[in-house]
Design a protein around this ligand. Structure first.
Ligand code: NAD
Ligand code: WQD
Length: 344
């Protein structure tokens, strides 16, 4: 029997790449998404790539009864991957209640449904943002959780606490929280990728839009960090590598005999790369000259953060494989694909 996996936020950026990997593993996929930050065309891209179309339910997870109806309709869901959330750090400062409502209520409704319908397993999308400015590098899963520097970051910390408390009272459940570092890039087919609405906040979409001529110039935030070239350092992880980690996590939960577990894994490459190095790698791999200038630091940014991946590598049996140039090229190919599609 093929296991059935419920993927919330499955038409979103990381969710859609993960759905492909699950389908390619022969799993049955049911997506819940309210399309607040994605669109239905993503399902065509998924079908083009994998040859399979996942089940799709347009449901808002803030609505408990509609969420429960999905569990009634698809009996036999064995695990959930919970991507659905609001994720813009700046917006969360302006609209904190919307972030607390969406990100906390969605998780609570899923946990209630797990109990009511006997679904034992959950993989949660967490973030390296929970570490804030780390005391030492690379960051291990044991590093202390700092006070969140945005309501968004706080929702991730609170969600992890909710999961931990719930697990302690539900011995039949297993939960894996995956702390992503900086996911970038797109599927190598260029048929799915990241779709930022409006002006991108994140570095790589800003780079590809600048190279395409949609933005005039990239601002590099900060040139006086205590790093070799003065720009900030991050751990950029290819979205397909990241998606594969979810399949491994799901398999681990499905095979687990002893439940009542709450495990946390860092998902990164283990390698810190500076903003200026990203620009150079992008120029090298695409042949595009990027118009950029150095400006002041962006408020709230940490100087450097990259993962200690030993636990994920050894315990989960997963490792990031794709190099930075291949990843940046995939982002560039996706940018060209969507712009071309918009004009035809
Ligand atoms: P995304 O916005 O592309 O995908 C999230 C999806 O969830 C969207 O399709 C949106 O429509 C849906 N959604 C949001 N609220 C919903 C609700 N109440 N009910 C139903 N659907 C809802 O984001 P992403 O980049 O794919 O991120 C996925 C997850 O990973 C999020 O939880 C995010 O916080 C986390 N994360 C992302 C990053 C990153 O840089 N992209 C880094 C660390 C963690
Ligand atoms: C990367 C680097 C910027 C844009 C965010 C969230 C984090 C997680 C991942 C969800 C930084 C610099 C950026 C630009 C620049 N998301 N930059 N010019 O801030 O590391 O992490 O996404 O959980 O919570 O905070 O990612 O892509 O915004 O920035 O110089 O126009 O690029 O200063 O050093 P960040 P990012």
């Amino acid at each position: 029997m093929k296991p059935t996996i419920l993927v919330t936020g499955g038409t979103g950026y990381i969710g859609s790449h993960t759905v492909i990997e699950l389908l390619e593993e022969g799993m049955e996929v049911v997506i819940i998404d309210n399309l607040s930050n994605s669109n239905l065309e993503v399902l065509d891209g998924i079908e083009d790539i994998s040859g399979k179309r996942p089940h799709f339910e347009k449901v808002d997870l803030r609505d408990r009864s509609s969420t429960f109806e999905v569990f009634e309709k698809y009996s036999g869901i064995e695990a959930i991957i919970h991507f659905a959330a609001f994720k813009a750090v700046g917006e969360s400062v302006e609209k904190p209640l919307a972030y607390y409502e969406n990100n906390l209520l969605s998780l609570i409704h899923l946990l209630e449904a797990m109990k009511k319908y006997g679904v034992p397993n959950l993989v949660f999308s967490s973030s390296c943002t929970v570490y804030g400015e780390p005391d030492s590098l690379p960051v291990t899963e044991e590093a202390s959780i700092k006070k969140a520097n945005s309501p968004y970051g706080n929702t991730k910390q609170i969600c992890e606490e909710i999961l931990q408390d719930t697990i302690e009272s539900s011995p039949e459940n297993g939960v894996i929280s995956l702390r992503y570092f900086n996911p970038i890039g797109a599927h190598p087919s260029a048929k799915i990728g990241e779709l930022p609405i409006g002006v991108p906040n994140n570095l790589v979409p800003f780079i590809t839009q600048t190279a395409f001529g949609i933005r005039e110039q990239l601002n590099v935030f900060g040139q006086d960090y205590n790093t070799p070239d003065g720009s900030a350092i991050r751990d950029y992880i290819n979205v397909v590598d990241l998606a594969r980690a979810h399949v491994v996590a799901i398999r681990r939960l499905l095979e687990q005999k002893q439940k009542s577990s709450f495990e946390v894994f860092n998902l990164g490459t283990g390698k810190g790369i500076s903003v200026l190095e990203i620009i150079r790698a992008f120029e090298n791999t695409t042949g595009q000259k990027l118009n950029y200038r150095m400006v002041d630091r962006r408020e709230g940014d940490v100087e450097q953060v990259y993962a200690d991946t030993a636990f994920a590598n050894n315990e989960l049996g997963w490792k990031a494989e794709k190099g930075i140039e291949e990843t940046l090229l995939s982002a560039w190919n996706w940018e060209k694909y969507i712009r071309l599609k918009a004009t035809t």
